[in-house]
Design a protein around this ligand. Structure first.
Ligand SMILES: [Zn+2]
Length: 866
């Protein structure tokens, strides 16, 4: 059944042509999406590919004086990334002035009252909307075309007001590559039994669905493009990210969020979200688009992706989530399949859900219609209340500055003296990427009893971005209360991590201070990149093994064929873990490694041969599987490429090829369930019958045997978190997982940073500080040695401290992990298994523990004779 009645109402709302407008002539020549593509957006089994959408947007840009299409760069796989500015022709001609006024309101520090009054009276609301971030949530990339057409052509009062009073910045696809991957996959299988199944691979080349977990770190280029709009160039008043959720609950989730919320934003942000959300929901029911809900399902304490971090930038950062179909294929939903969710206990009418959808056919067009209303209605209310929205912008910003002046913590000091200074520079760059004001001390100073060197960075909390600073740099305790426990007292898993502290993830020391810092400082602008120096000694060079970037330098030397040694004990001018390079290394190669990696090549003036061993570039195999791909695999790949490790992706056929030992020295199993790696023999059981046969994966028992033989023959197998089950269950090792099977009340650490001790005398932990923070996620492992004669084969490389283990996040039952191992190596046959039970490389964010992976990818000295 279709919904012609609803459709008609929706079209009448969107395309009523009543008023006389100077823009009317353009409308006659601009093709509608239906005219351009030959079908309505969201029509059954029709997905428009990004290249054709780009052609349409270019056409809109060429024909409409309300549309300014900008190609801001290329995506990870080389597709154009568009940002489209929509406003009245007069406003578009005046964007620079609008941007200047916007910046006055977003950061009123040092502005005159006249400037502020002018910005409120004459400014425009800047409102950003993003579509298509999650590519299997197919509707919104299609919706965007119809929304943009409506904005380009409609001449009714509502749209004229939007154009006059707002600048709508539309990001019509936040992940263009994924639209191409999903559209091609869908079109390939439409009309077969595999129609509507998800593609077998990640729909972002590196990060898949995690592309919305990257706003605070900005690892991907797509995140960098969006961050430039949201955090630096504009800082809009509102942002909406349009998504889809599961098929069997409300039809569309609208703002505001459910409990708990993360504190620290200006309260007006939350009130604005409720205000926009109420209007969106009202508009849905006005045109009888049923099934809208707010204040439920998505808690306000989420990950630090764009819609959840923006509230801490004083932006009303919102989310819509529509029920999904099967990609572009309609789905029939029976009434008894519909159910509630968080703060939505029953699928029945309630205040925030007055029009339950009754079930039936659900189509992408149904989603598109709701997303059109969800896109126009907040613009409409922002336009009607332009001055209020702009005054709020000023109030939010200035009040956060004032709160910062009263905070217990007045600043975060990032000392110049660090274990890994180039990584500290990266942290500062990430803060600048958020548009945070950072100052740099130009000479030494003392503060609260500590001496800080020149080059120390200071981040005052008395600035508009106080909220985001607090969460990126401040110790964080996730709430433990009735919002986060169920009726039985069991903890409810947070939406994502329970902390997002950049400094803790990155292993950078940051000191919170309780009084304002008085020092001679200068503002820091633009990216600061660490630059290294070269100084040749009589015996060559030393590269500091404590720096992550030294591994990139060494990988560059490897690529150029330069011999590199690694010190295995302290010597004259170097220490264990440092890299030694002979004087014969070509100057041009050294210079380039220094430039690219940003680390010093210090002079080596002693013979380090006896205190070092030669490094051989290792042949690394990264295991990858189908079934939608594995984000941890993608992120690990991203990290290896970032630090210039050569690697080979291996799939089941490689594992089963009998050539593992000949082809590889190291194999990495990213965090994954054993079942996903090994596969199931029961196709019904794991749903693999719905996947085309050539995209089913699982290396089976034969693969397990092959991996064990690889280790026995001298290979190194690295496992992250739950991937370790493969070793624990199948390899007969004298280690077990101390937290296996524990309930949430017995042990619970969902995305927390935990204190560990590191045995940095072992080559697998060279360069690490003795005390560090491990990022632990649900599903991780903690190791204890089992009694027996083989205990000596186990090396406890990283262990949890004995008490007060939590740094940030949420931890229950710390006695379950106290003094137990977070990372072990186990000798087996001629080889080694390296098991990292936490996420040492999580989302390429945990720089503080990258070296634990990197070391495992380098070879080790021959074992000393016992
Ligand atoms: Zn999504």
């Amino acid at each position: 059944m279709k919904y012609p009645r609803l459709l008609g109402l929706s079209l009448a709302l969107c395309f009523g042509v009543t008023s006389v407008s100077p823009h009317v002539s353009a409308a006659q020549t601009i093709p509608s999406p239906e005219e351009f593509f030959g079908h309505q957006m969201g029509a059954d089994r029709q997905l428009v590919r990004w290249d054709r959408l780009v052609a349409y947007y270019d056409t809109l840009g060429a024909l409409s004086d309300r549309i300014d299409v900008r190609n801001v760069g290329t995506s990870t796989l080389g597709d154009p990334f568009l940002v489209i500015f929509v406003s009245s022709p007069a406003n578009l001609a005046n964007l620079d002035q609008i941007q200047r006024r916007n910046s006055v309101l977003q950061d009123p520090r040092g502005r005159t009252q006249a400037q502020i009054d002018d910005a409120i009276t004459n400014g425009k609301v800047v409102f950003v909307q993003g579509y298509g971030l999650h590519s299997t949530e197919v509707a919104s990339s299609q919706t965007a075309a119809e929304v943009l057409y409506g904005l380009a052509t409609r001449t009714d009062e509502e749209v004229v007001e939007i154009l006059d009073n707002t600048v709508a910045i539309m990001i019509p696809n936040m992940n263009p590559d994924g639209n191409v991957i999903v559209t091609d996959w869908y079109d390939r299988w439409v009309g077969t039994e595999y129609e509507g199944t998800n593609p077998p691979e990640l729909y972002h080349h590196f990060v898949g669905h995690d592309n919305n977990r990257d706003a605070f770190m900005q690892n991907t280029v797509e995140s960098q493009y969006v961050a430039q709009i949201l955090f630096r160039d504009w800082t809009p008043q509102a942002f909406i990210d349009h998504h889809q959720m599961g098929a069997y609950t409300a039809r569309i989730y609208l703002p505001p969020y459910a409990e708990p919320i993360r504190p620290g934003a200006d309260p007006l942000v939350w009130r604005e979200m409720s205000w926009y959300g109420a209007h969106m929901a009202y508009k849905m029911d006005e045109v009888q688009l049923t099934g809208a809900i707010g204040s439920a399902i998505y808690s306000g304490w989420g990950h630090f992706g764009f819609h959840w971090i923006t509230p801490f930038h004083n932006i009303a950062g919102m989310l819509t989530e529509s029920a999904s179909a099967r990609l572009a294929t309609p789905l029939f939903v029976q009434p008894d399949q519909l159910g509630g969710s968080r703060q939505f206990p029953e699928y029945d009418a309630q205040t925030t859900f007055p029009s339950p959808w009754p079930g039936g056919w659900w189509r992408v067009r149904d989603i598109v219609e709701r997303q059109i209303v969800a896109s126009f209605s907040p613009l409409e209310i922002a336009a009607k209340n332009r001055e209020t929205v702009l005054r709020n912008a000023y109030n939010k910003a200035i009040r956060q500055v004032e709160r910062g002046r009263e905070d217990d913590i007045r600043a975060y000091v990032i000392p110049a003296h660090q274990h890994d200074p180039p990584t500290m520079q990266k942290l500062v760059d990430k803060l600048l990427g958020q548009g945070i004001t950072v100052d740099r001390a130009i000479r030494d100073f003392q503060h609260e009893g500590r001496v800080y060197g020149a080059g120390t960075y200071v981040v005052s909390t008395a600035q508009p971005k106080r909220g985001v600073i607090r969460w990126l740099l401040g110790q964080t305790y996730y709430p433990d209360n009735s919002f986060t426990r169920d009726r039985d007292g069991d903890p409810i898993r947070p939406y994502d991590m329970s902390t997002d502290n950049l400094a803790e993830f990155m292993g950078v020391r940051v000191d919170p201070v309780t009084s304002p810092v008085e020092a001679t400082m200068t503002g820091v602008y633009g990216e600061i990149s660490a630059s290294g120096t070269v100084s040749l000694g009589t015996n060559g060079y030393v590269i500091d093994g404590r720096l992550n970037d030294s591994f990139e330098a060494v990988n560059r030397l490897f690529a150029a064929g330069v011999a590199v040694r690694r010190a295995d004990r302290d010597g004259d001018g170097f220490k264990a873990g440092d890299f030694l390079v002979g004087p014969e290394a070509e100057e041009v190669v050294v210079e380039e490694a220094v430039d690219e990696a940003g680390v010093d090549f210090a002079p080596l003036d002693s013979d380090g041969a006896a205190a070092s061993y030669p490094l051989t570039p290792q042949r690394i195999g990264m295991y990858q599987r189908y079934y939608g791909g594995n984000m941890d695999e993608g992120w690990t790949r991203f990290l290896l490429e970032d630090f210039e490790f050569e690697y080979t992706t291996i799939m089941d056929a490689d594992i089963l090829s009998d050539e593992l030992s000949e082809r590889f020295d190291v194999i990495v199993l990213p965090a994954d369930s054993k079942r996903m790696m090994v596969g199931s023999t029961d196709a019904e059981d794991d749903g693999s019958s719905t996947v085309p046969p050539e995209y089913r994966s699982g290396f089976g028992e034969a693969g397990v045997d092959a991996l064990e033989a690889f280790v026995e023959n001298g290979g190194t197998l690295v496992t992250f978190a739950q991937a370790g089950d493969l070793v624990l269950d199948e390899f007969d090792v004298p280690v077990r997982n101390a937290v296996a099977g524990l309930s949430g009340t017995e042990f619970w650490a969902p995305g927390s940073t935990l204190h560990v001790r590191v045995d940095n005398t072992d080559p697998l932990a060279y360069g690490m500080p003795e005390n560090a923070l491990a990022t632990y996620l649900a599903g991780g492992q903690v190791y204890e040695t089992v009694p027996g004669p083989r205990s000596a084969s186990v090396k406890r490389l990283v262990t949890y401290v004995d008490r007060d283990i939590l740094q940030s996040g949420w931890l229950l039952g710390e006695e379950a992990i106290a003094n137990r191992a977070a990372m072990v190596s186990i000798e087996k046959g001629e080889g080694l298994v390296v098991m990292i039970g936490f996420r040492a490389q999580h989302r390429a964010q945990t720089h503080g523990t990258f070296k634990l992976l990197f070391n495992a990818l380098f070879d080790r000295p021959e074992a000393p004779v016992q």
